[in-house]
Design a protein around this ligand. Structure first.
Ligand code: SDX
Length: 430
């Protein structure tokens, strides 16, 4: 970061100079760390609409241009030319792996896909109909009880071990949540399969018959993982960073990220979007729901539309729609009624003045539910798939923060609007 100039703030007759820093690309920032000391005032930014909470080298988003870069590489190129573990390596270590590094990383991850056998007992504590995200929050948090051997977060090697343990075990944990909900036996990982093919094996195979994942569907799911891998300082990543800033162990931090992602305004939107499409049911009812979405007195929002940062289009949504086409064609579902409804809904919304004026475009969650449903993934597990993929982004952002010598515990302040100091009245004294 370099200081090119200062911002001058004058308030109540006082003038303060605040340094302005530039990054490699994107908006400059005004460093307000001395603001309170110099003015006795805080900034006020609920929802952090105009606040940079950290510096990072991992992911860059240009919301107006619809650009998403992982370590400088455009998401479109990564989605077409790489597999998920190559992208995971890139996000974690900053460069794409060469052939030898890829081989080593794939093997490292494969050799850590099994979970401790006792972890199975955590699942039996849940009702069979528990929401998978509730299971993931609990089981991932519980991993901290199994890995005391690598919990010195000041040690880079320990951070690396936790990172590949989490990346390797999330598919197993998510698949086990699915199997548990169906009352089917857990399937052990197969090291002869690729990362994503192995996940599909653990999800859809049974001990009773041979199962070979469809390579077209494996590729589609691998691309879905790539599209969800990281996304700058979104709500769940910021949750992981804030939890990590206290020195909490990485498993507890990732568990907090999963909890935050579950919300329908965030990662839970893919599940909510598919439920919404099911509720709309037919293109003849789209107008009714567009009207509801525009009605300030109606809390209904068009799930899968809008984004805090993307005000033009979410590049992931375009790639997800392309993947949707591929999967539905492969499965002979090109007439899928929900996909046709989604296409119609997108078209109508994008022509509506309200959506154009408020720059509400389909986001990554709009099509992901349809393609996941076609892959045989149950609606309630969509956000679990999102969490599986986002684990690499969360752990990379956590690692970047812990490795930053300047990092401090996150502790925002407030604008207090409650009761001023007052005494307890005599009759209330015991
Ligand atoms: C993800 O941050 C990330 O990077 C997240 C994510 C990632 O990869 O980590 O990209 C993943 O979370 C994608 C977003 C998934 N959520 C949804 O699809 C849920 C529906 N979308 C909305 O809830 C909303 O658009 C948000 C939460 C995504 C963004 O909310 P903001 O930035 O706080 O914007 P806002 O709610 O203030 O909306 C601005 C205006 C409002 O109207 P006014 O108050 O200005 O009159 O647009 C309206 C909103 O009412 N609006 C919508 C709408 N989204 C916003 N109106 C109808 N339907 C919608 N979907």
């Amino acid at each position: 970061m370099n200081t090119q100039r200062n911002a001058t703030l004058t308030v109540d007759g006082k003038t303060v100079e605040l340094p302005v820093y530039s990054g490699s690309i994107g908006p400059d920032v005004i460093d307000i760390r001395q603001l309170y000391a110099k003015t006795g005032m805080f900034t006020f930014d609920p929802g952090f609409v105009s606040t940079a909470a950290c510096k990072s080298e991992i992911t860059y988003i240009d919301g107006d241009a619809g650009v998403l870069l992982y370590r400088g590489y455009p998401i479109e190129q990564l989605a077409h030319h790489c597999d998920f573990l190559e992208v995971a390596y890139l996000i974690l270590r900053g460069e794409l792996p060469n052939a030898e590094q890829k081989q080593e990383f794939d093997t490292l991850v494969k050799r850590h896909t099994m979970v401790h056998e006792q972890l199975i007992r955590f699942y039996t504590g849940f009702r069979r109909d528990a929401h998978p995200m509730a299971v993931l929050v609990g089981v991932v948090g519980a991993l901290s009880a199994f890995y005391h051997d690598a919990m010195d977060i000041s040690d880079q090697y320990h951070r690396d071990v936790s990172a590949f343990r989490l990346i390797a075990k999330m598919p197993t944990i998510v698949a086990m949540a699915y199997k548990y909900g169906r009352g089917e036996p857990f399937m052990y990982p197969r090291n002869d399969l690729t990362y994503t093919a192995n996940f599909m094996h653990m999800m859809f195979a049974t001990p009773c018959e041979k199962y070979e994942p469809n390579p077209v569907l494996v590729r589609a799911l691998d691309r879905i993982f790539i599209l969800h891998a990281d996304h700058e300082q979104n709500a769940s990543t910021s949750t992981v960073r804030l939890a990590g800033s206290s020195g909490a162990n990485p498993f507890a931090c990732i568990s907090s990220g999963i909890a935050c992602l579950w919300g329908p305004a965030h990662g839970g939107a893919n599940e909510a979007c598919l439920n919404m499409l099911e509720e709309i049911g037919d293109v003849s009812r789209v107008g009714e729901y567009i009207r509801r979405a525009k009605d300030k007195n109606d809390p209904f929002k068009l799930m899968g539309f809008g984004h805090r940062v993307y005000k033009n289009f979410d590049p992931r949504a375009k790639l997800m729609r392309e993947t949707c086409h591929e999967v539905l064609n492969e499965l002979g579902l090109h007439d899928d009624r929900l996909f046709k409804l989604a296409i119609q809904l997108e078209k109508i919304a994008l022509e509506d003045d309200y959506f154009v004026e408020k720059k509400l475009y389909p986001n990554v969650d709009f099509y992901s539910g349809i393609v996941q449903r076609a892959l045989g993934i149950p609606t309630q597990l969509f956000t679990g798939i999102f969490a599986l993929a986002r684990t690499v982004g969360w752990i990379a952002q956590w690692n970047e923060m812990i490795g930053d010598p300047e990092q401090k515990i996150g502790r925002p302040r407030q604008l207090f609007t409650g009761a001023q100091k007052r005494d307890v009245p005599p009759m209330a004294r015991r």
